[in-house]
Ligand binder design. Sequence first.
Ligand SMILES: *Cc1c(COP(=O)(O)O)cnc(C)c1O
Length: 375
Amino acid sequence: MTDPITAALHHLPAPRCAYLYDTTALRTRAATLRAALPPRTTMLYAVKANGHPDVIHTLASACDGLEVASGGELALAVQARARRIVFGGPAKTDTELAAALTAGALLNVESTHELRRLAALGVNADICLRINRPGSPLTGSHTMTGTPTPFGIDENHLPHVLPDIPTGLRVIGFHLHAVSNNLDGTAHARFLTEAIDWSRRTARTHGIDLRIVNAGGGLGIDYLTHDSIDLTPLSTVDVPDDLELILEPGRYLTADAGWYAAEVLDLKTTHGRTFAVLRGGTHHFRLPAAWGYSHPFTVIPVDDWPHPYPRLTVHDTPVDAVGELCTPRDVLTRNQHVTHLRTGDILLYARAGAYGWDISHHDFLRHDPPTFITL
Ligand SMILES: *Cc1c(COP(=O)(O)O)cnc(C)c1O
């Protein structure tokens, strides 16, 4: 009961359900990543991984700035006084484009149509083009390019697009975000080098004054083990003197700085399988259901039992940790062995700081939200 997470959870009224974010862990993680990056690399945080204001404020100062993909994220980035803002996304509205330019954001333009819309708005700005290159350079959980997706301009269309950039817009770089959750550091370093080489070749061919290569995010963590991508190979990437390399990771910066905790409300066995039913579930922490894996938990014992009825207990058995929703898909963990678990104990999910609350369908069944605690 001495560590800060356990202490914070014990202060909550039962039944306990919370997200905990650790701003020191965020700063440490940002410093670790920065130390691994080559010179002339700008490190932005991709807000969509976790838009909690305390997370954004912390990373706006610990990183060089923020990457945003909506008007809502842009407003948060402005509030957090981000020094640099990059704005991407395939469906920007005119209002969002105007707000981004007012905020001094650099735009990643995703289509010819968007170029024309900017021109019609009378925009005069340096921009980057998001490019969808053929062939997937990396493996990971979500592939954005090299396959048919709505992201970016097909590389094969560039010979038509680049000679015809509307007046007022100057292409100064390319955005090449390709994948999410890549676990292979050597492959990621190769991808960065390739991104720089390709951008320089393409700029030379089309007479572009190239200043920025944005390689996006995608630095991975392995939810089933304690592993993360090995950052060491990244430091060997050669960024030419006249270029700025931008990286905009989300998951890598926030995953390990967040925990989701939910109290065991009931324990039951049906047709030979034991379920720990939680005050919480996939409407708070959707990632395991969305990706189809079992997120490991640790048990935080709570010794208080102020009730007149018996406390349910299971020993040495596999359990499925399920949520409070009326659907059999509300499963966080399948088949994890517990030595001892009681109603009233808490299951703690580490590595829940990225794509946890932010991607979840909070209103389904209208249960109360978790408590949010910033450590
Ligand atoms: C989602 C996204 C990121 C962050 O991706 P992670 O896998 O969380 O690092 C960065 N850039 C763009 C354009 C994105 O869409």
